[in-house]
Design a protein around this ligand. Structure first.
Ligand code: ZN
Length: 302
């Protein structure tokens, strides 16, 4: 694909907007039961430089618009950043990085040209963008923090009033969210999530996530105490309203809760330990089979 840099930005019919200083937003055209309205792509621009965050899906119009945004005002794009490597955020990354001739910065070995350290500061022509390691939603999750404006790109770690699944480790998610809460507790901040609208109550959103997760942990503990260690049954009891493709979200979150409890003394009653580890192992076998199928389907459709 070649980029048509002569087209004006912003286009008259654009769905893009500027939710925070030096940050522009563009909604990817991939609404679904997994992605809500679609994935939020962002461009951070300051002075003569810019960064693209989460290019989203490889839709030509979307990626073209995103690249024009990154080049507007004679800016030079520095890199493509990924909050994590789930396909709805990352599938367009290689294409955009290739066309613009910039590296992909993320923690996913599948995409990374450079692995940013926790606390690394990217200098966008005088605007500091801090890279924060926030594992939990996924093992490779990152947030991007601009202390000068209070803007926090949260990926799927915090979604304002909504909840995202836990595909990484629950203990890490709780630590990551607590860190974001402390970071934003005593100051104005604006959360720019991977899905859904920007939100101003970042610390409250973090507190809510910690509360939801803690209640889920207590709930699973209660069912285990009753002798229920079946993953299918626990998922249906914890998430009775979550069905269809979203049921996989519920299941992965219950698995991460069981793994969390398995690391705590007495978290899982002794007579159930063997069954719980067998259920978890079976879940991972099934999940990698599903991922292989999804990757093959994506490759076939490109
Ligand atoms: Zn997502």
């Amino acid at each position: 694909m070649t980029i048509k840099v002569t087209q004006p930005w912003p286009p008259a019919d654009s769905t893009a907007g500027a939710p925070a200083p030096h940050v522009e937003h563009l909604l990817a055209p991939n609404p679904s039961s997994w992605t809500y309205e679609g994935t939020n792509s962002y461009v951070i621009g300051h002075g003569g430089s810019s960064l693209i965050v989460d290019p989203g899906v490889p839709d030509d119009d979307h990626l073209q618009t995103l690249m024009r945004m990154s080049l507007a005002g004679d800016r030079t794009p520095m890199a493509v950043l990924l909050t994590h490597d789930h396909p709805d955020h990352s599938d367009g990354a290689r294409e955009v990085a290739g066309v613009l001739g910039v590296p992909v910065l993320c923690l996913s070995p599948r995409f990374a040209d450079e692995l940013p350290a926790d606390g690394a500061v990217l200098d966008v022509d005088g605007l500091d963008v801090h890279v924060l390691h926030t594992p939990g939603h996924s093992d490779d999750s990152l947030c991007f923090w601009m202390p000068s404006t209070g803007a926090l790109l949260t990926g799927d770690t915090l979604l304002g009033a909504r909840s995202a699944g836990v595909m990484g480790r629950l203990g890490e998610l709780l630590r990551s969210v607590e860190m974001l809460r402390a970071l934003t507790a005593d100051r104005d901040a604006i959360g720019l999530p991977g899905h859904g609208p920007a939100f101003t109550d970042v610390a409250a959103s973090a507190t809510r996530v910690i509360g939801v997760r803690t209640r889920r942990i207590d709930q699973v503990r209660g069912y285990l105490a009753d002798g229920d260690a079946s993953l299918a049954s626990l998922s249906a009891r914890v998430y009775p309203d979550v069905t269809g493709t979203r049921a996989k979200f519920g299941e992965s979150t219950v698995v991460s809760t069981l793994e969390y409890l398995a690391e705590i003394d007495g978290g899982i009653p002794d007579p159930l330990r063997e069954q719980v580890s067998a259920e978890i192992a079976e879940y991972y076998v099934e999940r990698s089979r599903r991922h292989r199928e999804e990757a093959a389907a994506r490759a076939a459709s490109h």
